[in-house]
Design a protein around this ligand. Structure first.
Ligand code: ATP
Length: 402
């Protein structure tokens, strides 16, 4: 092979080599591009799906806005031919067709929606919650017991006689031939433990605790007070043994000079219903009534007659010894070091059990702020100052006793 032939052969090899190199690089470039396009496609797919969902939501929202309103009504009776008699919210009763999907689901009393044009029953509506249920606070055997109540030993003794004994041993009253009291009235300043005591009695007697607030009955459920009282008593009887606790009794049971406004007449109707319920139930039965007020002086005497709230128990402001006990109760679970409850009880003149509970919580907060794991006397003293200053600023409510 001549030199020139050899040279041209090398050149060709070089060209092949460069071409092959170019092809490898180009195919790598194409692979990278393909991967980039695939990722882009995935992103676009996700975006398309997101936009489709958004479109769906907007469409259904538009649909909702375009739908004509339906009439609300109640089923009075379902007829054997598949139709139903309904009472529309506008008053009259109609015999209407029922959508096939609803025939098995409706019964008398069901709340339903009716087509406006032909009143056909097109939807079963969720039943609204009964206001009587909303007006009550119910606890099946509350967890607090007499050991959670500080001071108030005398009051506990009286409650045992007036509520616990008739519930647990009604035969004693029968043997002696006397009627136990129907209702007790707990009166005293706010935060002194009236509700706490009533819950503790329910615990000791393994009873259901039902609490209703007088002011809510007449303010929140306007026009329904009397009906609610009836239904609440019915509920209490169903759940027996029950302690039915009426807080802020003065809101429904205060003396009225005249009945000038319709609001006054409404309160009066609620009170009359309460009196008639009280008169109707058996003092030896399994429902016991407890009323609470911080204004016993304004109560209607009709409420305090024998056979009604005829046992009065004053829940007094705690004295030093009681405050000591209350501190011990509320600091029971607190991790503490060298705390002198005697001293704390001494300096907390004119505080209630509720104030002492706040003091204990505040003392704990002071310790947390300092990132300590236990509470000291200093934290308690600061908490006393804070709570007592707040109380002084708020100006304690006037308290009236009989
Ligand atoms: P109100 O008139 O405002 O309804 P009240 O007299 O019913 O007040 P409670 O609601 O029983 O007072 O008290 C509030 C909280 O204060 C209780 O849950 C309890 O933690 C605490 N407390 C009040 N009195 C005592 C007490 N004697 N012993 C222990 N804790 C008490």
């Amino acid at each position: 092979m001549s030199d020139s032939e050899g040279e041209s052969g090398d050149k060709q090899d070089q060209q092949y080599y460069e071409q092959a190199n170019y092809l490898v690089n180009y195919s790598k470039h194409l692979e990278r591009r393909l991967r980039a396009l695939e990722t882009e496609k995935q992103l676009l797919d996700a975006e398309r799906m997101r936009l489709e969902r958004e479109l769906q939501v907007i469409r259904s929202e538009l649909e909702k806005l375009r739908t004509p309103p339906l009439l609300a009504g109640y089923v009075i009776e379902v007829l054997t031919d598949g139709r139903a008699i309904v009472k529309s919210s506008t008053g009259p009763q109609f015999v209407v067709q029922v959508a096939r999907s609803l025939t098995d689901k409706i019964s008398s009393g069901s709340k339903v929606a009716l087509n406006q044009r032909n009143f056909a029953l097109v939807e079963l509506l969720p039943a609204s919650e009964d206001p009587a249920v909303r007006a009550m606070e119910v606890e099946e055997r509350p967890s607090v017991s007499y050991s959670d109540v500080g001071g108030l030993e005398e009051q506990i003794r009286e409650l045992k006689e007036a509520v616990e004994l008739p519930l647990l041993r009604p035969e004693l009253f029968e043997q002696v031939g006397i009627e136990p009291p129907k209702g007790v009235l707990l009166y005293g300043a706010p935060g002194t433990g009236k509700t706490l005591l009533a819950r503790a009695v329910a615990h000791e007697t393994k009873a259901t605790f039902v609490r209703v607030v007088g002011s809510e009955l007449v303010r929140k459920y306007i026009g329904e007070g009397a009906r609610l009282v009836r239904e609440i008593f019915e509920y209490a009887r169903k759940k027996k043994p029950t302690i039915l606790f009426i807080d802020e009794l003065d809101a429904i049971g205060s003396k009225r000079i005249d009945l000038a406004t319709s609001g006054d007449r409404e309160v009066q109707r609620t009170l009359m219903q309460l009196l008639s319920e009280m008169d109707g139930f058996n003092p030896r039965g399994d429902v016991k009534l407890a009323g609470a007020t911080n204004r016993p002086d304004i109560l209607d005497p009709a409420l305090l007659r024998p056979g009604r709230f005829d046992r009065f128990i004053e829940i007094s402001m705690p004295d030093e010894k009681a405050r000591f006990e209350i501190f011990k109760i509320h600091a029971r679970k607190i991790n503490k070091k060298d705390v002198d409850f005697n001293k704390l009880a001494k300096i907390t003149l004119d505080t209630t059990g509720a104030d002492i509970r706040s003091i204990c919580v505040e003392a704990g907060m002071f310790a947390i702020r300092k990132e300590k794991e236990y509470v000291t006397q200093e934290d308690f003293i600061k908490a006393v100052q804070k709570v007592m200053t707040q109380k002084a600023k708020a100006g304690s409510e006037p308290t009236h006793y009989v």
